[in-house]
Design a binder for this molecule. Structure first.
Ligand code: SF4
Length: 307
């Protein structure tokens, strides 16, 4: 376990280095570098939060990584969370009242960044937490619900923390995130005093391209983009890959997309909801694979999805 230091009052603070694995290119490089002892900061633990809706290719990649972590003797935990797909389906199956709001979803499901076409020209709508938000894309709560919070819960267990124990009394945590130098706009400070977000790839000036080159140079295969199969942030290229290589997973995503319009998700009765940004049913979309279509993970600053 990490080092200790004395704070200004002479109190001993233990440090813990946690590497958040997203299982995409950048966080894979970060984790493999750690296994090879190439990072200044060595992780005490690696965690991956599983929403239950990753592609088969990602699960296979995690199996490979898990073997590498074992060889390098770095503890690894796959944090299982309630499945995002099942949660969304069941909340729609329960049925909702006409006037129900997105906040009715709280504690039941983390809301993905779904696209909505409003029936009327609504400029702003009230969404979860009472904030006003621009139409077209619904507020995303899935990353916190399925990725961030479960990791914090697991971290408390790993650190052996009591029910009411406060982190900042005895611990500080360096959270290692796989954001690369070309995505520096995703960098943000932790909300917690006891936690520092650290970005080792940025520190060594590694861009996404450098990550690809590093993987090739060291004989590793390129991991698939990691994200939920149903994720509306996905690029067309990724949707097309799933459709081609994992048709059963794609069909599941289409079923969820159909259900969004056949049933009602709380807070969306004033519009028509879609998984794809084109505002078309997913099964009818002709994915633009020639050009590099918009990858909306640039909106994901938690450092958990799509890296
Ligand atoms: S991958 Fe997409 S749907 Fe899944 S948790 Fe992240 S933002 Fe939400």
């Amino acid at each position: 376990m990490g080092k200790s230091r004395k704070n200004e009052r002479g109190h001993t603070i233990k440090t813990f280095n946690l590497l958040n694995l997203g299982a995409g290119v950048q966080s894979t490089v970060l984790a493999l570098m750690a296994c090879r002892g190439e990072l200044e900061l060595h992780p005490d633990h690696i965690m991956f939060s599983d929403t239950g809706n990753e592609s088969k290719a990602t699960y296979k990649h995690i199996e490979f990584l898990s073997g590498e972590f074992e060889k390098a003797d770095i503890p690894f935990t796959i944090v299982k969370t309630p499945g995002i797909y099942e949660d969304l389906m069941s909340v729609m199956d329960e049925g909702v009242r006409e006037d129900s709001k997105l906040s009715d979803l709280r504690n039941k499901v983390g809301n993905p960044p779904l696209f909505i076409k409003y029936h009327s020209k609504v400029k702003e709508i009230e969404v979860l937490g009472g904030r006003k938000y621009n139409p077209n894309i619904l507020l995303r709560t899935c990353t916190s619900y399925y990725k961030v919070d479960p990791i914090y819960k697991e971290l408390r267990k790993v650190l052996g923390m009591g029910y009411r124990e406060r982190y900042q009394r005895n611990w500080e945590c360096n959270k290692m995130l796989g954001i690369s130098a070309d995505e520096v706009y995703r960098v943000k400070e932790s909300k917690h005093k006891w936690e520092n977000n650290v970005y080792p790839l940025i520190d060594i000036g590694f861009t996404r391209n450098d990550c690809y080159n590093w993987l090739i140079k060291n004989g590793y295969s390129i991991p698939p983009k990691s994200s939920c199969v149903i994720c509306p942030f996905k690029s067309d290229r990724d949707f097309a890959r799933i459709k081609e290589e994992e048709p059963d997973e794609f069909e599941k995503a289409c079923k969820l997309d159909d259900a969004l319009r056949e049933k009602t998700l709380p807070g969306t009765s004033n519009g028509i909801v879609y998984l794809h940004r084109s505002g078309k049913p997913l099964r009818d979309v002709e994915f633009k694979t020639k050009e590099d279509s918009l990858d909306m993970f640039i909106n994901e600053c938690e450092g958990y999805c799509g890296i």
